[in-house]
Design a protein around this ligand. Structure first.
Ligand code: PHE
Length: 445
């Protein structure tokens, strides 16, 4: 088989996997969940879940990919035809997520521009954000700009595009996160926010906290999306899988932790210690935070740096989503990279437009009671992703066999804790995911 033109080495893989994992979830979801579901206790449980449940699935996916040496669809097909459906979903879901992720990426660029040109004050006008996303043209233009940035990287290939861009953006993101965390923690009243974020709060901690943490672990590590399988296929056979996946997890968890340090103290300090002011999702990034920056010294500058950081986080995740589909077109249809990249970019652009218009002129269009944007998000992340994760565990645990995982991983380094891994993949991880799936789909808790 012809050698895949993949990552140049361990660092290339680690930073690309971290780039995919570190995304909007680290910034707009983790801090909110920690603030709401038990502070330090949530953070602790989250970390435990990353190193147990999350880590098991990440190793599994990367190993499958490296063994398959193909895109996610052809990997599952090659390993066991009966599980081809996993490969199909592994292409379809990232594609649909990419369509709306890009719309959000466009909003990030818009805010970065406003902050960079010193126009940040206008973003704090009442209902500015909702009014902006309801306009039909500009959000679509920014969606296109965001997509073109990703496209330019992807056109350059795995090593020269994906790897190189991650090697620049990920260290920059880490440095920016540290700078902004320091600023946030040292604001007058910031330390109270740190206490609120990190001191365990048993009264807000419940079984729901654990479920929320598990769901966040999967989303944050970009699991069950075909991404880690695809990136694993670009990994050299000499690279230690267990160690390099651990490093990517460490990177992702560190940025999530810093996300909390950036956001909780700043919101706390500027809202007079009101923890209710910390919200999740677009509202946090585009409504709450501009108001926070407005109140702090040099807020315009810090706001611009912050949105640059968010842009890096979003770009590297979006690149991984698109690469899954591009890899499939290249492997399945023998298509050239340029053609495949242009095709995927065009399709993501067109299909992303309704998600954007759903905030304005197409407001009344709903699917099962949800807006187009929410529907795609909910179906992909809450309904399908956990099912794929469970099926992957069943496939590896009961059909393909953990022996094959060990054999592939041991091409590079001895596999540590085999018994533990088997127990996790066969029993514990599927049970944990099933619990999350039931509660989120049936909206319990
Ligand atoms: N892991 C990314 C985050 O934390 C989100 C993401 C999920 C990106 C799935 C790609 C695929 O935001």
């Amino acid at each position: 088989m012809k050698e895949r033109n993949g990552f140049s080495g361990k660092l290339g893989f680690i930073l690309a996997a971290a780039g995919s994992s570190v995304g909007l979830g680290n910034i707009w979801r983790f801090p909110y969940l920690a603030a709401k579901y038990g502070g330090g206790l949530f953070v602790l449980i989250y970390i435990i879940l990353v190193v147990t449940v999350g880590s098991t699935l990440m190793q599994t996916e990367v190993t499958l990919g490296r063994c398959g040496q193909r895109d996610v669809y052809n990997t599952y097909r090659k390993l066991d035809k009966r599980f081809s459906i996993l490969g199909v979903m592994g292409i379809v879901i990232p594609f649909f997520i990419a369509t709306y992720y890009s719309v959000v990426g466009g909003w990030v660029i818009k805010y970065l521009v406003e902050f960079a040109i010193g126009n940040s004050a206008q973003t704090t006008a009442p209902d500015y954000f909702n009014n902006y996303i309801a306009t039909p043209v500009m959000p679509v233009v920014y969606h296109l700009i965001f997509l073109v940035l990703c496209m330019l990287v992807l056109l350059c290939g795995v090593k020269k595009g994906i790897e190189r861009s991650n090697k620049i953006m990920m260290p920059a993101l880490l440095i920016l996160s540290i700078i902004i965390s320091i600023k946030s923690v040292t604001l007058p009243g910031g330390l109270d926010g740190v206490k609120f974020y990190l001191i365990p709060d048993f009264s807000n901690f419940s079984f729901t906290s654990v479920l929320m943490a598990i769901g966040q672990v999967f989303y944050s590590l970009s699991l069950a999306m075909g991404i880690m399988v695809t990136y694993g296929s670009y990994m050299g056979k000499d690279i230690d899988i267990q160690h390099s996946t651990k490093m990517a997890e460490l990177f992702d968890t560190s940025v999530a932790f810093l996300g909390g340090l950036m956001i909780v103290p700043a919101v706390f300090a500027t809202s007079g210690g009101n923890s209710e002011a910390i919200n999740a999702g677009p509202g946090l990034l585009f409504d709450t935070l501009p108001k926070v920056f407005e109140q702090v010294p040099f807020g315009g500058l810090f706001g611009a740096l912050f949105f640059l950081l968010v842009l890096f986080a979003a770009l590297t995740s979006m690149i991984s989503l698109m690469e899954v589909v591009i890899a499939w077109l290249i492997d399945k249809f023998n298509m050239g990279r340029i053609k495949a990249t242009l095709l995927v970019s065009a399709a993501v652009f067109v299909i992303g437009i309704p998600s954007s218009l759903g905030f304005g002129v197409w407001k009344n269009v709903t699917i099962f009671g949800r807006s187009i944007f929410d529907f795609i998000d909910f179906t992909a992340n809450s309904v399908l992703m956990p099912l794929i994760a469970i099926a992957t565990c069943i496939f590896v645990g009961y059909f393909w066999g953990v022996k094959n995982i060990f054999a592939e991983a041991e091409l590079s380094a001895p596999f540590k804790h085999k018994k533990y891994y088997s127990l996790m993949v066969k029993i514990i991880v599927p049970i944990c995911i099933a619990a999350v799936w039931i509660t989120s789909v049936f909206n319990i808790g």
